[in-house]
Design a protein around this ligand. Structure first.
Ligand code: ATP
Ligand code: ZN
Length: 223
């Protein structure tokens, strides 16, 4: 890995977390010049640059040392930790950021007679979070099939390919529109500042400390 002396933050290129993340970084006194390919944003004042990527790629970019920090949903961070394999270094959640709030929940069709996780025994559950779902099923002692889908999880029960789903819920509107009912919350999520377990020992570490101090100030003012 080539040595870097500037701190690099990975964030979502385009999606729910993009605007609030940029807004937060600006409140921390950072400003960026966007490059033409829009993948890399050079920091103008402080030695902090941005990498704009798909949110799913953020944990592995940190694990590989391509970026020092990431702004990503706890759901994506925890799923990576559960599925990355033992050779991947542990990552840390440095701060909860207070936006992008949602929950990862089990939902079943309206007509499903559900009285608790044991009613999922022998069912097929569709999800984009197989690691988090499998861990929860194990904890509850339930044997169920985990069907991994990249998207449109909520239509699987209507298609007959799954009996239940495990998906992100915010208002619940999508569930109602698909005649599904939320039954269990597996994870309360929001955007978090993620980093490698061990902070960089060079000047990037000093910049990280300064950034955390400013972040704590900004978050306190907002609360
Ligand atoms: P990308 O193209 O970067 O992969 P995406 O479609 O996976 O984008 P978004 O839908 O923008 O991602 O969601 C990003 C994050 O926002 C989620 O991982 C989650 O932490 C959070 N979030 C908040 N509310 C919701 C919701 N109702 N549905 C999905 N994600 C939500
Ligand atoms: Zn994604």
């Amino acid at each position: 890995m080539k040595e870097r002396d500037r701190l690099r933050i990975a964030m979502q290129k385009s999606g729910r977390l993009t605007e609030p993340a940029l807004d937060l970084l600006q409140r921390c006194g950072l400003s960026f010049r966007q490059s033409r390919d829009k993948l890399f944003c050079f920091g103008e004042g402080e030695p902090v640059d941005l990498l704009l990527v798909r949110d799913d790629d953020i944990p592995s970019l940190i694990a590989q040392g391509v970026c020092d920090l990431g702004i990503v949903g706890r759901n994506v961070l925890n799923e990576f930790q559960l599925t990355a394999g033992e050779e991947s270094p542990p990552l840390a959640e440095l701060r909860p950021l207070g936006f992008g709030r949602c929950r990862l929940s089990i939902a079943v069709p309206q007509e499903f007679e559900y009285q608790g996780p044991q009613h999922l025994e022998g069912t097929r559950i569709a999800t984009s979070y197989p690691g988090l779902l499998a861990a929860w099923l194990r904890e509850k002692g339930v044997n169920a099939g985990v069907m991994t889908l990249a998207g449109s999880v909520e239509i699987a029960p209507r298609l007959g390919t799954a009996d239940a789903i495990c998906d992100l819920v915010q208002s619940g509107g999508t569930l109602v529109a698909n005649q599904l009912r939320e039954t269990d919350v597996l994870l309360e999520s929001e955007a978090v500042l993620a980093a490698a377990g061990t902070p960089p020992a060079d000047e990037r570490g000093d910049m990280l400390e300064l950034l955390l101090k400013r972040l704590d100030g900004v978050i306190q003012v907002r609360e």
